[in-house]
Design a protein around this ligand. Structure first.
Ligand code: UDP
Length: 478
C-alpha cells in the first residue's frame, strides 16, 4: 500500500510575529519535504490580520486552541499574558494530540511553548523548538544555564557586557528586556525557559550559515567550549524563512506605491505590537516631513508615556482623519499629501517591502521584519522598542552593515533632526551607499541558503529526515 506521510504537529504562541513564521515553516515542511503538518494556534482572536491569515486556504491543517484572553489582566506585561495563555492551552494540546492516530512524529514549539516539550516526550514524540530569532539571541538563552551567576549579576546590576564565549558580547545598552528589569523573579523564569530549551531534540533558528557563521560555530561547539551545564542540542539554521508577498493582492497602499518612482520610498512600521508615545509620534512626523522623502507610515495609537509594545489592544482600528486630528502635527497630512501615505494599524508588509519603489525601512527590528527587509534588499533605519530588538539592531548595524541606528536623546525620545538625518542617509546619502550594497549582497546570500541544495534548505531537510527516522523506529516500519 501507499506509505502515509510523516506527520508533525506545531504549536504557536499568540502574536503575528510568531504565527507568520510558523505558518511558513509548516508550509515548507509540506511543500518541500513531503511531510504532513498540523498547526495548533493559540490565537488572540482579537486581530483581523490574524483571522485573515488563518482563514486562507492552506496546505497545513490548522487547529485553534481555546484561549482565555478575556479573563486576563490586559495591563499585565505582554510576556505574562502570553505565558498564561499558553499554560491554559496545554491540556487541550495534550488531549488533541493524544487523539491523533498514528501519533505525530514531532511537536515543534516556539520560545513560549518550551513547557510543552515534556508533553511531546511523554506522548512518545520528538520535541523541537523553532526560535523565530537569530543565532545571537539564541546563544543568550540556550547557553544561559552555563553562565556564572556573578557574570549575569555584573551585567544586570553593574551594566557590564554579557560575555558569551565564542560570540560577540552583549553590551548592556543592547541587552534583552529581561536583564533590564533587575528582578530576581524574571531571572528565575528566564532560567527555567533556558533549561527547557536544553531538553529539546533540536532547535531551529531563523538564520543562515553565512549570516552568522561565528555564532553558529560557537553554538555547535558548546559541548567542547566548557559549557558543562548545557546539553548538546543540534542547532538547525533554516532561514531566512519569510512570507512572500502575494503578487495579486489589491490594496490602497500598493496602488499608491505603483505610482512612485523606483527605490524612492521609505516604509515606517513597528511590527505587530510596537507603539510610540504621543510626543514621539509628533517627532517622527516632523522627521519624515523634514527628510523630504516619500514615505508609507503604519501608525498606531500611543500607549502611555513610553514607546513600547502592546499586542492586545492593537485591534482598535480608526480612520486616517481620526489619527490626523488626534496625534499628527497640524496640517501634516495636507502638507505631505503628494509624497506620503499614513495607514492606520496594519499594512501588507511583505508586499510593501517587495515593491520596486521601496528603498528603506524604519523598523522596530522584530526579527521577522528585519529578515523581510533583507530578503528584499531594503536598507534599514533601526528603532528597537522591546524584547530582544536592541540586540537585533546592534547585529543589523554593526555586524551585518545593513542599517543605521537611530539614537534617542535624554528622556528616550528620538528627535526629529536625528530622524531626518538617518532617513536621508539611508535614502540618498553617499554614506548610505555601502549599506544599500551590503543589503543587496545579503539578499542574494539568503536566497541561496533557502533554495534547493542551499545550507538552510538542507538543514530543514535534515529536520524532516530526523522526523521520518524517529517515526520508523517508534512505529516499527510503515
Ligand atoms: N506585519 C504586517 N503588517 C504590519 C505589521 C506587521 O504584515 O502592519 C507583519 C510583519 O511583516 C512580520 C510580523 O507582522 O511578519 C511582525 O513580526 P516581527 O518579528 O517583525 O515583530 P513583532 O510584531 O513580533 O514585534
Amino acid at each position: 500500500g501507499q506509505e502515509s506521510k510523516t506527520h508533525v504537529a506545531l504549536l504557536v504562541s499568540p502574536g503575528m510575529g510568531h504565527l507568520i513564521p510558523f505558518l511558513e515553516l509548516a508550509n515548507r515542511l509540506v511543500l518541500h519535504h513531503n511531510l504532513q503538518a498540523t498547526l495548533f494556534v493559540v490565537g488572540t482572536g482579537s486581530s483581523s490580520a490574524e483571522s485573515t491569515l488563518l482563514q486562507k486556504p492552506s496546505l497545513v491543517n490548522i487547529v485553534s486552541l481555546p484561549h482565555s484572553l478575556s479573563s486576563l489582566d490586559p495591563n499585565a506585561p505582554i510576556c505574562d499574558i502570553i505565558i498564561s495563555m499558553m499554560t491554559a492551552s496545554f491540556p487541550f494540546l495534550r488531549s488533541s494530540i493524544a487523539a491523533v492516530n498514528p501519533r505525530p512524529a514531532a511537536l515543534i514549539v516556539d520560545l513560549f511553548g518550551t513547557p510543552a516539550l515534556s508533553i511531546a516526550h511523554e506522548l512518545g514524540m520528538l520535541g523541537l523548538v523553532f526560535m523565530t530569532t537569530n543565532a545571537w539571541y539564541l546563544s543568550v538563552s540556550y547557553l544561559y544555564p552555563s553562565f556564572e551567576k556573578s557574570m549575569v549579576d555584573a551585567h544586570v546590576y553593574n551594566h557590564d557586557p554579557l560575555v558569551i564565549p565564542g560570540c560577540t558580547p552583549v553590551r548592556f545598552e543592547d541587552t534583552i528586556e529581561v536583564f533590564e528589569l533587575n528582578q530576581e523573579e524574571v531571572y528565575v523564569g528566564f532560567g527555567r525557559y533556558a533549561r527547557e530549551l536544553g531538553t529539546a531534540d533540536g532547535i531551529l533558528s531563523n538564520t543562515w550559515q553565512d549570516l552568522e557563521p561565528t555564532t553558529l560555530k560557537a553554538l555547535s561547539e558548546a559541548g567542547t567550549l566548557g559549557y558543562g551545564k548545557v546539553n548538546e542540542v543540534p542547532i538547525y539554521p533554516i532561514g531566512p524563512l519569510t512570507r512572500n508577498g502575494e503578487p495579486t493582492l489589491e490594496s490602497e497602499v500598493l496602488k499608491w506605491l505603483d505610482r512612485q518612482p523606483d527605490e524612492s520610498v521609505i516604509y515606517v512600521s513597528f511590527g505587530s505590537g510596537g507603539t510610540l508615545c504621543e510626543e514621539q509620534i509628533t517627532e517622527l512626523a516632523w522627521g519624515l516631513e523634514l527628510s523630504q522623502q516619500r514615505f508609507v507610515w503604519v501608525i498606531r495609537p500611543p500607549e502611555g508615556t513610553e514607546s513600547t509594545g502592546a499586542f492586545f489592544t492593537a485591534g482598535r482600528g480608526s480612520s486616517r482623519d481620526y489619527w490626523a486630528s488626534k496625534y499628527l502635527p497640524e496640517g501634516f497630512i495636507k502638507r505631505t499629501k503628494e509624497v506620503g501615505l499614513v495607514i492606520p494599524m496594519w499594512g501588507p508588509q511583505a508586499e510593501i517591502l517587495s515593491h520596486r519603489s521601496v528603498r528603506g525601512f524604519v523598523t522596530h527590528c522584530g526579527w521577522n521584519s528585519s529578515l523581510e527587509s533583507i530578503v528584499n534588499g531594503v536598507a534599514m533605519v533601526t528603532w528597537p522598542l522591546y524584547a530582544e530588538q536592541k540586540m537585533n539592531a546592534a547585529l543589523l548595524t554593526e555586524e551585518m552593515g545593513v542599517a543605521v541606528r537611530l539614537r534617542a536623546e535624554g528622556q528616550g525620545v528620538v528627535e526629529r533632526k536625528e530622524i531626518e538625518k538617518k532617513v536621508r542617509m539611508i535614502m540618498e546619502g553617499k554614506e548610505g551607499e555601502g549599506i544599500r550594497e551590503r543589503v543587496k549582497e545579503l539578499k542574494i546570500s539568503g536566497g541561496k541558503a533557502v533554495t534547493k541544495g542551499g545550507s538552510s534548505y538542507n538543514s530543514l531537510a535534515r529536520v524532516a529526515s530526523e522526523c521520518d527516522i524517529f517515526r520508523r523506529r517508534r512505529d516499527g516500519g510503515y
